[in-house]
Design a protein around this ligand. Structure first.
Ligand code: MG
Ligand code: ZN
Length: 186
């Protein structure tokens, strides 16, 4: 069976505005361009979300609150005909040295196993250098966004990665590249 290419998305600062630790689904603010971008990408790629939610370990958000917010985010995307195949969150903080927090490639590898993914043809999109690093650690092409914390942390990038203004810019980049390399997947 053919392996599927995927796009791994960061959550805060990538799909929605990064307003700190979100405890309530009412505080989800989508970037207006996210819906069009994800609709375009899902024609060729399976969508996944991987998010570091250290507010849980820090006691700033309850794990149930994070789950509720994530569920609501997935439901809102579904109402716009966008299917996220899975969402993974790391509940730890950096000092915990866990295996699952980005830049560790743990969740990308887990998704690859569960969903038979072709990582060599996949991408990760995020607004933090740890997102880019996570992609490189997994053998997935990173795209670094200037939304969210992107502009603030741009000089901390340790590798020469593709930089895009926002998620729609990233979608256009990915799809143009896909069109020039092979046929539509689905
Ligand atoms: Mg982010
Ligand atoms: Zn973790």
């Amino acid at each position: 069976m053919a392996k599927h290419p995927a796009v791994f998305l960061d959550r805060d600062g990538t799909i929605i505005e990064d307003i700190g630790y979100i405890k309530n689904p009412l505080h989800l603010i989508f970037y207006p361009e996210s819906f069009q971008a994800l609709n375009m990408i899902q024609e060729y790629f399976l969508l996944f979300i991987i998010t570091n939610q250290s507010g849980i370990a820090k006691g700033l958000t309850a794990e149930d609150e994070v789950k509720e917010v994530n569920k609501s985010l997935i439901d809102i995307l579904r109402s716009r005909n966008i299917r996220v195949y899975d969402l993974f969150y790391c509940p730890h903080k950096a000092e915990d040295s866990c295996t699952c927090r980005k830049p560790n490639p743990y969740f990308i590898n887990k998704a690859a196993e569960l969903y038979n993914l072709n990582l060599a043809d996949s991408y990760i999109i995020g607004d933090h250098p740890s997102d880019a690093k996570c992609g490189l650690n997994a053998g997935v092409e990173p795209i670094y966004l200037l939304t969210g914390h992107g502009r603030k942390h741009q000089e901390e990038l340790t590798h020469d990665v593709r930089i895009c203004e926002n998620i729609l810019d990233a979608a256009n980049y990915i799809i143009n590249k896909k069109r020039t390399t092979n046929e539509r997947f689905f």
